[in-house]
Write a protein that binds this ligand. Structure first.
Ligand code: SF4
Length: 689
């Protein structure tokens, strides 16, 4: 038999930069990666270590190949293989029974930033067909504070400008964001280039001296979760020293007076006491930022994942507004989603308070329009958020959870509590590519096709919609997530609403339902691999720069809402004297479902460790490589110590891709319900012997 070799263009399945490359397959079996220099794509042929390793997990021996049914105790991981027919029948029957007995609110669904927009769209539609708005995804635990904070100030959370604009910025602020590790191709192609070619000044705010911070002209190293103090003090300097753009603020913002009154007390000297960052350095950062003329300010999990995250995002965004850094070339404001389709999944209505298009659930006009197109009613009552689902399970209110391509048993905060919930839930279904930590608790496990094994659309953090194409055959009986959902919808009696035969059918419905995506048609995305930047209201249009005319608030003006300081959810005390935080490795991704099963990545980054300042280590008798016990009020882990000058005294930090979340608290942000994942109080001691 002849060897049929094919070269297929794909979007990288890891981070949200949206790099493209080719997979070369032989008879459906992925053979190698080829760099794509041909198109006007964002990575210009470059890939990071994860990109180069992007298909290694596809043929891992642990891939799920048949539907499974639990035979042992929950969490034991004992299953027997069953047929698709049996699996789908059993799921439909159990969901219907639970709905009948306890009502639709006893059901909940989790979508995935690792799946396509088409698949997330179908999942939320299925949840609503079953009568519930209990539909969530992991954005709640990485981006929700940015969505809420930017939404309140600007009316839109997206990155404002195309990547190229950063090359013209005179100052770049990276706040709680380490792109040299998390978005390396973006860092090298745009940020490093802006520093080298345009002499841009780099300001970094991060408790660790990260790889990114090593490039910084000004590095502010706050205690974890005290970024809000620095942002308020920078606002104080910008306002009291009248460094703001008076014309811009007069014309395009409102609320300056109230904001000025509120931040009067938040001087750099006050912020020094709270954050540990010298007042003079805060003042210097504020003046450098405000007087640059053009600026890019990008934030990430270091800002977002806190119980005061929304307030911090608001204060930081207000700094951008005051300085008039919107609506022109050479500026950029944005919060960076972690995963390749983080932004896309959210736009599909995977949220308990949102309709497709991110319209609020109570936006009657859109609700009616969507109901008419779907042919059934959308439930009235808002659903519950991700972490609240755990409490609802433990309280006996939530009986069934359907999980698509995500791993809450490793991603949730305070994992012991989450595990208790998964042990006690009445019915759990997981569809994924591996038997994840969550799947081990499931009643039914469904084998899904991986990203490269199906056609699908993703939206990068640049707001760029791109198509990825099937480049390999799925193993065994694994199926694309959308296909599994359609099978289930039909079994539940919703066949008429889910009449799709491929991803194009679903995308065409999305084009009709979500106006900013009307022009991102299958035809356009197949013809133009660079894709288009949303909003793209028709096939010939895209919007490279947001807020050129006005903001997307009801009156078109940015809202300078007064923000008061609030401590992080947990701070050190006598019993737990250290600040504990976490970070991401360049070679791993989220809970490691894919990266821990990629040979080159797990070999180079095999285990977690804890960074500890050299003076703290000396005081506690800890040497580099010693085992230390890290203990919070919730759990303890034993990790190897990495003694370093690159973290400030009193703070310890570990990568989160392994068991970190056993340590974290589940205190929530009051606006976005984001858990306090980035800051906890801990004590550490050397493990003797
Ligand atoms: Fe993939 Fe992100 Fe690396 Fe690009 S930077 S190759 S999108 S992981």
């Amino acid at each position: 038999m002849g060897m049929a070799e094919k070269r297929i263009s794909v979007v990288c399945p890891w981070c949200s930069v949206g790099c493209r490359f080719y997979i070369v397959n032989v008879n459906g079996y992925p053979k190698k990666i080829e760099f794509d220099y041909d198109h006007d794509i964002r990575n210009h042929g470059k890939l990071c270590p994860k990109g180069v390793a992007a298909f290694q997990h596809l043929r891992h021996p642990d891939r799920l190949k048949k539907p499974l049914k639990r035979v042992g105790e929950r969490g034991e991981g004992k299953f027997k293989e069953i047929s698709w027919e049996e699996a789908i029948k059993e799921i439909a029957q159990k969901l219907s029974e639970i709905k009948e007995k306890y009502g639709s609110e006893a059901l909940a669904f989790l979508g995935s930033e690792r799946c396509s927009i088409e698949e997330n769209y179908v999942l939320q539609k299925l949840a609503r067909a079953l009568g519930t708005n209990n539909i969530e995804y992991v954005c709640r635990m990485c981006q929700s504070t940015a969505v809420a904070g930017k939404g309140m100030v600007l009316g839109h959370p997206g990155l404002t400008n195309p990547f190229e604009d950063i090359l013209k910025a005179k100052v770049i602020v990276l706040w709680g964001y380490n792109p040299a590790a998390t978005n390396p191709v973006f860092f090298g192609q745009y940020i490093e280039k802006a520093i080298l070619d345009n002499n841009a000044t780099l300001i970094v705010v991060d408790p660790r001296k990260t790889k990114t911070a090593k490039y910084a002209d000004i590095h502010l190293q706050p205690y974890p979760g005290t970024d809000l103090a620095i942002a308020l003090a920078m606002l104080n300097v910008i306002i009291t020293e009248e460094l703001y753009d008076k014309d811009f603020v007069a014309e395009r913002a409102e609320g300056l007076e109230e904001l000025a009154k509120t931040v009067e007390k938040y001087t750099p000297e006050w912020a020094e006491k709270v954050s540990g960052v010298p007042a003079e350095l805060i003042r210097k950062a504020a003046i450098t930022f405000a007087t640059a003329g053009t600026a890019a300010l990008l934030t990430n999990e270091g800002v977002n994942q806190h119980a005061n995250g929304t307030r911090t995002v608001m204060a930081i965004t207000e700094m951008m507004v005051l300085c008039g850094y919107f609506g022109k070339e050479g500026v950029m404001s944005g919060a960076i989603p972690g995963a390749h389709n983080g932004m896309g999944a959210g736009l599909m209505g995977i949220g308990p308070h949102e309709l497709p298009g991110r319209f609020p659930l109570h936006a009657e006009e859109h609700k009616r329009r969507i109901e008419e197109a779907w042919g059934f009613k959308i439930p009235e009552k808002p659903g519950i958020t991700y972490v609240e689902m755990i409490d609802a399970i433990l309280e006996g209110k939530l009986k069934a959870l359907y999980v698509m391509g995500t791993n809450p048993a490793k991603a949730l905060p305070n994992l012991k509590k989450a595990e208790e919930a998964f042990k006690n839930i009445e019915f759990l279904v997981v569809q994924d590519i591996f038997l994840t930590e969550t799947a081990k608790y499931a009643d039914i496990v469904l084998p899904a096709a991986a990203w490269f094994e199906k056609d699908g659309t993703a939206i990068s953090f640049e707001r760029r919609v791109q198509r990825s194409f099937k480049a390999a055959d799925a193993p065994g009986e694994a199926k694309p997530d959308w296909e599994i959902l359609v099978m289930l919808a039909k079994e539940l009696g919703f066949g008429e609403y889910f009449n799709y035969s491929d991803a194009d059918d679903i995308l065409r419905e999305i084009n009709r339902i979500i106006p900013p995506l009307a022009g991102a048609t299958p035809e356009r995305l197949k013809k133009n691999l660079k894709g288009c930047m949303i909003p793209c209201p028709d096939e010939n249009t895209e919007v490279p720069r947001l807020f050129v005319q006005g903001f997307l608030t009801p009156n078109g003006k940015a809202q300078l809402i007064p923000v008061e300081y609030k401590e992080p959810g947990e701070v050190p005390d006598e019993e737990y004297p250290f600040w504990l935080t976490n970070y991401r490795f360049v070679g791993h991704f989220h809970t490691g479902t894919m990266s821990h099963r990629s040979k080159s990545l797990s070999k180079r980054w095999p285990e977690e460790y804890i960074e500890i300042n050299e003076n703290d280590a000396k005081r506690l008798g800890i040497k580099d490589g010693d085992l230390v016990r890290v203990e919070t009020r919730r759990a303890a882990l034993v990790l190897r110590a990495k003694v370093t000058p690159h973290i400030r005294e009193g703070v310890v930090a570990a990568p989160w891709h392994w068991d970190f979340n056993y340590l974290t608290t589940d205190v929530l942000d009051e606006y976005a319900k984001m858990p306090e994942l980035k800051t906890a109080a801990c004590r550490i001691s050397k493990v003797e012997g």
